[in-house]
Ligand binder design. Structure first.
Ligand code: B12
Length: 247
């Protein structure tokens, strides 16, 4: 009975979000907490069902541009973040029979720590392998701080991890864990990946570390390469994407 309910729930979420260019992957909170230091643990039972939400390259055309056309936007918040919270809020309303907690990638706790670690969640759910410094044997970086990066089997680095959906009322003891596809297998490639992500991320090259099925369009790249404060103006100037006035 319980398992049926979960399958149905997952289908409803998938049906809602996939057509907008999002991908979802289920996980148990206990798997996530097991690899993190206590400061990052999420206060839910181990068997609690969660989904990590990724945006794929298609999100820009399928969700973001239509969202802008339907405006209005709030000037102070990032437009992509507004679009994503708009759609996840609609999803939550459509699941009115469920309690759903939503954590966004950009949300911080009062102690300035992120609410959830997006990369760890993506790896643990089997969505995208999280390459960290410790995945390299002969490490050339000395004292430097090296951040890790997730690579998706289909989109390489051309995606983002947007949110975690949590279902405090739904426990899934028998959910099977998927291992993420390890698509950057050699020592040299892993070093190259971490170098590119840490020191050359603006040239997009880390995103092409593997052969990808689909990536951001030139338009989407221009949008994300523009400093946040100028993005809205860019969109307004380009072909009147905005119908409603910005206020
Ligand atoms: C703060 C932050 C930054 C900071 C600091 C980076 C950092 N990693 O600390 C700064 C401003 C530098 C930054 C920069 C960038 N960022 Co940033 N950033 C974040 C943010 C908000 C939080 C990351 C964080 O604080 N981590 C805390 C540290 C302690 O976590 P950690 O190193 O992973 O350590 C944990 C793991 O090691 C885990 N662990 C231990 N053992 C094991 C074992 C396994 C198997 C696993 C899975 C985990 C695990 O335990 C540790 C904690 O206890 C995330 C979004 C989010 N909510 O997660 C995006 C995020 C990491 N950034 C992202 C990106 C793309 C960037 C930039 C390219 C800029 C951009 N947005 O385009 C640059 C690239 C880096 C650079 N060259 O500067 C993406 C990465 C996507 C991906 N493919 O991986 C994220 C996920 C945002 C997103 N929406 O997709 N970022």
């Amino acid at each position: 009975m319980m398992e049926l309910r979960v399958v149905d729930l997952e289908k409803r979420i998938r049906d809602h979000l996939e057509k907008l260019g999002f991908e979802i992957h289920p996980l148990k909170v206990g798997w996530y907490n097991a690899v993190l230091s206590p400061a990052f643990h999420l206060p839910y039972l181990d068997d609690t069902l969660a989904f990590v939400v990724l945006s794929t390259p298609a999100m820009f055309d399928k969700a973001f541009k239509p969202f802008l056309r339907n405006g209005p936007l709030k000037k102070i918040r990032d437009p992509v973040d507004q679009c994503i919270s708009h759609h996840l809020t609609l999803l939550r309303e459509s699941l009115a029979d469920q309690q759903v907690d939503i954590m966004y990638d950009y949300e911080l706790l009062p102690n300035r720590k992120p609410k959830f670690l997006a990369q760890t969640a993506a790896h643990i759910a089997g969505a995208a392998y999280y390459y960290q410094r410790k995945d390299v044997q002969q490490d050339p970086w000395g004292e430097k701080k090296i951040y890790g990066v997730c690579i998706h089997p289909r989109y390489g680095g051309w995606f983002a991890i947007r949110a975690l959906l949590l279902f405090p009322g739904v426990e899934v003891p028998s959910l099977l864990q998927k291992t993420p596809v390890d698509c950057v297998t050699t020592e040299e490639k892993r070093i190259e990946l971490l170098e590119k992500f840490n020191f050359h991320w603006r040239d997009w090259s880390y995103r092409d570390i593997t052969e990808v099925k689909e990536k951001y369009s030139e338009e989407q790249k221009t949008y994300f390469a523009t400093p946040p404060a100028e993005r809205l103006q860019l969109l307004t100037l380009q072909g009147g994407l905005q119908r409603n006035a910005i206020h």
